[in-house]
Design a protein around this ligand. Structure first.
Ligand code: KIV
Length: 306
């Protein structure tokens, strides 16, 4: 098939691309016999096997040191297009581009060990056609060696997802609140409040599963709707402002660490306040430089003794 050879032509033949049958096999295993931890060199099937075993732990990562710190504690690291807002201080995720996602994907891949690494397809790089999605996803996969890509959308994007999956590129879906479609400056709108929206969300999830996603991120969906989708979904559902019934949860790491203060969505819990720690360190450094207590003679280089 043309699309397959195009993907492999980009140099990604070292990647282990799971077949959809492999997904089916693992999901047919009774939950008690599935593994509960991600191995080194994780495969999509290892991630899927966590469904029904224990909750799946996911965070975003954009840099090598963050990947190093988070990898032992996560099942998936997402190189999200939230990088545009959180790291670059841009107004929306719509400002992320392919080069940005590849650069940060490469950094994360250098330090990951056992977490699955998924990279967002940025806005404008995939929506036009399945062929556009395939070209962008192939470039990301080949240049970073990541395990999968994520894209935002439901029924409309199912043909794009199918094209990637048929070409051997694993895809994580993302439905509900879609930041790539949000209007800059406007509040993010929670979805699923009307019957039409709830029914569309169910159709979105079904269409993505049918197209071959290995999991679905569900963002900003009212709880009962998110819970009913999660409970009927064959693949792992990862919630963010959705439901505790999801198979796992994801948050933006900078939110979790208290490193991003532009705004904090209701669904975030801060598990640390590193901005305060950084300020305290800077205050200490400033005082030591000004009062001359840093550097000491131990921090400096001296002539070798003859
Ligand atoms: O870009 C991102 O960080 C995301 C998560 C919020 C799911 O898509």
């Amino acid at each position: 098939m043309l699309v397959v050879s195009r993907y492999f032509a980009l140099g990604s033949s070292h990647l282990s691309v799971p077949s959809l049958d492999a997904f089916g096999d693992i999901l047919r295993m009774p939950p008690v016999t599935r593994p509960t931890a991600m191995p080194e060199k994780p495969q999509i099937a290892d991630f899927m096997a966590l469904k029904g075993q224990r909750k799946i732990v996911c965070l975003t990562a954009y840099s090598a040191p963050m990947a190093h710190a988070l990898d032992p504690h996560c099942d998936m690291l997402l190189v999200g297009d939230s990088v545009a807002m959180v790291i670059y201080g841009m107004d929306t995720t719509q400002n992320a581009d392919l080069d940005m996602m590849i650069r940060h994907g490469e950094a994360v891949m250098r330090r990951r060990k056992s977490s699955l690494v998924v990279i967002d397809l940025p806005a404008g790089s995939y929506e036009n056609s399945p062929a556009q999605a395939l070209a962008s996803a192939s470039e990301i996969m080949a240049k970073t060696g990541a395990d999968a890509v994520k894209l935002e959308g439901g029924t409309d994007l199912a043909p794009h997802v199918k094209c990637l999956v048929d070409s051997g590129i694993p895809v994580l879906g993302h439905i509900g609140l879609l930041p790539q479609h949000a209007v800059a400056g406007a509040a993010f709108r929670i979805t699923g409040r009307s019957e039409e929206e709830a029914s569309q969300l169910h159709k979105d999830a079904d269409a993505l599963v049918e197209a071959g996603v290995f999991g679905i991120v569900m963002e900003g969906i009212i709880e009962p709707v998110a819970a009913s989708i999660a409970m009927g979904c064959k693949v792992p559902t990862i919630g963010i402002g959705a439901s505790a019934a999801c198979d796992g949860q994801i948050l933006v790491t900078e939110d979790v660490l208290g490193l991003y203060d532009a705004f904090t969505p209701k669904f975030v819990r801060k598990f640390a306040n590193l901005q305060d720690d950084i300020s305290a360190a800077a205050i200490g450094y400033r005082a030591a430089v000004i009062d001359g207590s840093f550097p000491t003679k131990d921090h400096l280089f001296w002539p070798k003794k003859p």
